[in-house]
Design a protein around this ligand. Structure first.
Ligand SMILES: *[C@@H]1O[C@H](CO)[C@@H](O)[C@H](O)[C@H]1NC(C)=O
Length: 200
């Protein structure tokens, strides 16, 4: 599932509309642990980013929408980080969290995977005690991403997802249209929406 972390940090050069958001991401990731993109290619009005190897915890949530899925999922993931693991220890989390959503016939399904990145310094993080929470790792992978820096409501978020989907389809890009990723970098609306590139 979910390999998705658009915590793409060092990216989006010259992309005027997104430049402020990008600056914010870069600044944030200088101070905090963010996953860095290994390579970024500026494309049309989105970017292609190769995400580095990363590790995270995730949990699946059935919920009507993203807004309601996030707190349910994050609650379990923060419990994991606060000693809810077989080592009974505190696990340092990275600055970003997010959600993977699934699409069917262009419609967002009421099933989500909520995730939080674990900082790379933690080698072999302990297993969760909650069976609904799983540890994951992902190899480097390419995503098409778009960055935003304004608070948006649920409806606008869904529209942004569908807009990126349509733009990628229109441009005939090779991507997996069955799921999307939203990575949040702060509570002020700084986020990245992405779809995974296929066939590389
Ligand atoms: C798209 O992603 C889904 C979920 O991970 C996977 O089952 C499917 O095989 C992928 N499709 C393509 C074309 O890569």
């Amino acid at each position: 599932m979910l390999r998705i972390f658009l915590t793409v940090s060092v990216l989006f050069w010259n992309q005027l509309a997104a430049q402020d958001a990008l600056d914010e991401v870069i600044e944030l990731c200088d101070q905090e642990d963010c996953l860095k993109a290994a390579v970024i290619i500026q494309d049309k009005n989105y970017d292609e980013a190769e995400l580095e190897y990363r590790q995270w915890v995730q949990t699946d949530v059935d919920a009507v929408d993203i807004k309601s899925a996030l707190p349910i999922g994050l609650d379990k993931l923060f419990s994991y980080a606060r000693c809810g693991n077989v080592a009974g220890t505190v696990i340092p989390l990275a600055a970003s969290w997010g959600v993977v959503g699934y699409l069917k016939n262009g419609k967002i399904q009421q099933r989500f995977s909520v995730f939080v990145l674990i900082v790379p310094e933690v080698i072999n993080p302990p297993e969760p005690t909650d069976p609904a929470v799983t540890l994951q790792t992902g190899p480097p992978v390419w995503f098409y991403v778009r960055v935003f820096d304004k608070k948006v409501d649920e409806q606008q978020t869904e529209e942004l997802v569908i807009q990126l989907l349509k733009d990628l389809e229109q441009d005939d890009q090779p991507f997996n249209s069955t799921f999307f990723d939203i990575t949040y970098l702060n509570t002020e609306g700084l986020m990245e929406i992405g779809f995974m590139k296929t066939g590389e």
